[in-house]
Design a protein around this ligand. Structure first.
Ligand code: HEC
Length: 136
């Protein structure tokens, strides 16, 4: 007799736990269902993205000889840079200055040489584009 009571109450306990957890995960998942838009698709129509991508891709600026979006080359992956910094005017200014003057010590021992030929506007446009690439 005792055993049955124990078994029943255990079952009830298990059931209540289970349903509680189930509800929570369901709630979390809901916003993700439905129409799925890839972040890349959204970005490609953004003028800030387009302008900065054009600057970064211009071969005379050499950015892409040292940087890739997803992977580290000599320089950090742009996605990593985006994840590190908040997209604020202050950070854009600071990073644009570094792009122009070069520098080292943030991502390792390899320095970024000065990109002296780039205009301040282009350097800023490049950084604004990079900071859009956040993955989280
Ligand atoms: C010769 C290789 C090279 C070129 C060319 C280059 N970079 Fe870099 N870049 C690096 C390295 C190395 C670092 C890491 C520096 C550090 O650790 O502080 C870096 C860092 C950066 C950072 C992050 C700075 C920080 O303090 O976190 C940004 C943004 C950046 N580069 C953008 C650019 C842009 C835009 C261009 C083109 C105009 C460019 N880079 C061209 C090698 C390069």
């Amino acid at each position: 007799m005792k055993k049955t009571i124990l078994a029943v109450s255990l079952l009830a306990l298990l059931a209540s736990c289970g349903s509680g957890d189930g509800k929570k995960t369901d709630d979390k998942k809901e916003p993700q269902t439905g129409t799925e838009t890839k972040p890349a698709d959204d970005l490609s129509s953004n003028p800030v993205y387009q302008k900065g991508l054009a600057v970064v891709s211009e071969s005379k600026n050499l950015c892409l000889t040292c940087h890739k979006i997803e992977d580290k080359l000599q320089g950090p992956a742009y996605r990593e840079v985006a994840n590190k910094y908040e997209n604020t005017d202050e950070n854009v200014k600071k990073l644009a200055e570094k792009v122009k003057k070069g520098g080292s010590g943030v991502w390792g021992d390899i320095p970024m040489p000065p990109n002296a030929a780039i205009s301040p506007e282009d350097a800023e446009a490049a950084v604004r584009y990079i900071l859009l690439l956040k993955s989280k």
